[in-house]
Write a protein that binds this ligand. Structure first.
Ligand SMILES: Cc1cc2nc3c(=O)[nH]c(=O)nc-3n(C[C@H](O)[C@H](O)[C@H](O)COP(=O)(O)OP(=O)(O)OC[C@H]3O[C@@H](n4cnc5c(N)ncnc54)[C@H](O)[C@@H]3O)c2cc1C
Length: 373
C-alpha cells in the first residue's frame, strides 16, 4: 500500500465510468488502466436508446429492454411511420449495460468506486486525488458531465416506466415524437417505448432554453395517457434528464475529454451512444498503436448543419414541429436512422435541406455562417 503522500502511478486514468468511460475501458487490450467512477451501475439506471445494427444488438443483448423495426412521428395532421430493414430502434437499461461492462473488465483494468478531485494537468496526464489517495497518470481521459449554461438550448424530460391496466394499441411501434401536446413553452413532444402491450416508457420531452418544474412534465404525461384512455396499473420508475444541444464546456479544458464532455452528443438530436461507441473503438485502437489523441466525434460539416438546425429551432420555435416532420417525411427509415446517428451521406443531407421550410432554414444558415461560432 502506498503512503497517502506518494502518488500512485497509473498509465491511463479514465475519469467517469459511464457510456464513454466503460466503452473505452472494455476495448483496451493488454493496457494498464484505471476507471474512477463514484456511482454503482444501478444508481445510474435509465433508458438509453439508439438505432442498432445486428452486430450492436449482439453486443448490447444483456441490457436490451425493447427493440423495434418500426417507429413513428405524429403531429395534428397525421403520422409518419418508418419500417427499417437495417436498423432496430433499441432501448437499453443503462444500469444493466454498465454492470455488464464492469463485470467484463480485463485484469489489466481496475475500477475505483470514488469521485476524483483536485485535478492538475501535466502534458497528456496529471495528478488528482480520489478516496483519500493521490494518483499520477501518464494519460487522462475525462468523461465527467460537462458544465451546462443555464440559458442554453437543451433537451429536457421526465419519463415514467409504467404498467397499464389494459393492453395498449400499436405495441410494435416506438413513438419517437408525438407533437399533439402543449407547445406554448417551446418544442414539446411525448416519446413512447412500448416494451410490451402492457409495459411502457412514456416521456414528456422539451427542447427549449428554460427547464420546467418536474410537475409540468408529469402533468403532460398524465394528460397524454388520459386522452388515449391508457390507465396506469403501477408506476415502476421515473427518470429525469437534461441533454445539451449547444457545444459544451468540459470541467477542465486542459484534460482530454471523451463522451458528452468531448462533444460526442449530437447537437440537434441529443443522441450520443452510437457515436461514443464508435469513437471509443477508434481511440482504443489508436492507443494500442501509440497514438493517444481523442478522435473528433463528428465532422465540422455535421456540427455546422446541426447548429443551423438548432438556430432555426431556437429562434423560430413555431417551425420546430415542421422541421422534424419534414425530415421524417423526406427520408426513408434507413436514411432517417443514419441521419439521427450522424452518419448520413451528402445525398441524404441534400434531401433534408430541400425539405426544410425554406425561409426559416435559409435565415438560420446565413446567421450561423456569419456568426463564425
Ligand atoms: C438522462 C439521459 C438520457 C440519455 N439518453 C440517451 C439515449 O437514449 N440515446 C443516446 O444516444 N443518448 C442519450 N443521452 C446522451 C448521451 O448519450 C449520454 O449522456 C451518455 O451517457 C454520455 O456518455 P458519457 O460517458 O459522456 O457520460 P455519462 O454516461 O454521464 O458518464 C459520466 C460519468 O462520470 C461520472 N462522474 C461524475 N463526476 C465524477 C467525478 N468527480 N469523478 C469520477 N467520475 C465522475 C458520473 O457518475 C458518470 O457515470 C442521454 C443523456 C442523459 C443525461
Amino acid at each position: 500500500m502506498s503512503s497517502p503522500n506518494k502518488p500512485i502511478p497509473l498509465d491511463i486514468a479514465i475519469i467517469g465510468g459511464g457510456s464513454a468511460g466503460m466503452a473505452l475501458a472494455t476495448k483496451l487490450d493488454n493496457l494498464s488502466a484505471t476507471v474512477f467512477e463514484p456511482k454503482t451501475a444501478a444508481e445510474r439506471d435509465c433508458s438509453w436508446a439508439l438505432w442498432a445494427q445486428p452486430q450492436q444488438l449482439e453486443e448490447f443483448s444483456p441490457a436490451i429492454r425493447g427493440s423495434w423495426d418500426q417507429w413513428r412521428l405524429i403531429d395534428h395532421s397525421g403520422e409518419i411511420i418508418h419500417q427499417s430493414n437495417q436498423y432496430r430502434y433499441t432501448s437499453l437499461s443503462s444500469g444493466q449495460y454498465l454492470q455488464h461492462c464492469e463485470a467484463g473488465l480485463k485484469d489489466s483494468v481496475s475500477l475505483v468506486r470514488a469521485p476524483i478531485e483536485s485535478i492538475v494537468s501535466q502534458g497528456s496526464g496529471g495528478q488528482f486525488s480520489a478516496d483519500g489517495q493521490t494518483y499520477s497518470a501518464k494519460t487522462i481521459y475525462d468523461s465527467r458531465p460537462p458544465i451546462l449554461d443555464d440559458n442554453s438550448l437543451r433537451q429536457h424530460f421526465v419519463g415514467w416506466e409504467i404498467s397499464t391496466k389494459e393492453p395498449i394499441e400499436h405495441a410494435d411501434i416506438a413513438t419517437l415524437m408525438d407533437f399533439r401536446v402543449d407547445q406554448s413553452r417551446g418544442l414539446h413532444f411525448i416519446y413512447v417505448l412500448p416494451y410490451s402491450d402492457r409495459h411502457l416508457l412514456v416521456e414528456s420531452t422539451m427542447i427549449s432554453t428554460q427547464l420546467e418544474d418536474k410537475d409540468w412534465y408529469r402533468k403532460a404525461i398524465s394528460q397524454w395517457l388520459t386522452e388515449r384512455n391508457i390507465q396506469i396499473q403501477s408506476k415502476l420508475r421515473e427518470e429525469y434528464g437534461v441533454i445539451p444541444m449547444v457545444p459544451v464546456q468540459p470541467q477542465n479544458a486542459d484534460i482530454a475529454c471523451i463522451g458528452a464532455a468531448g462533444g460526442a452528443v449530437r447537437l440537434s438530436s441529443g443522441y450520443g451512444l452510437s457515436t461514443i461507441q464508435a469513437q471509443m473503438a477508434v481511440l482504443a485502437e489508436s492507443i494500442a498503436a501509440g497514438e493517444y489523441r481523442v478522435p473528433m466525434p463528428f465532422s465540422k460539416r455535421l456540427v455546422f448543419m446541426d447548429k443551423v438546425f438548432n438556430r432555426a429551432l431556437n429562434t423560430q420555435s413555431d417551425h420546430g414541429v415542421e422541421l422534424f416532420m419534414a425530415t421524417a417525411k423526406t427520408l426513408n427509415a434507413d436514411q432517417f436512422a443514419r441521419f439521427m446517428l450522424g452518419t448520413a451521406g451528402l445525398m441524404e443531407w441534400a434531401k433534408v435541406v430541400l425539405a426544410m421550410p425554406k425561409w426559416p432554414f435559409i435565415k438560420s444558415a446565413l446567421k450561423q455562417f456569419l456568426s463564425h461560432d
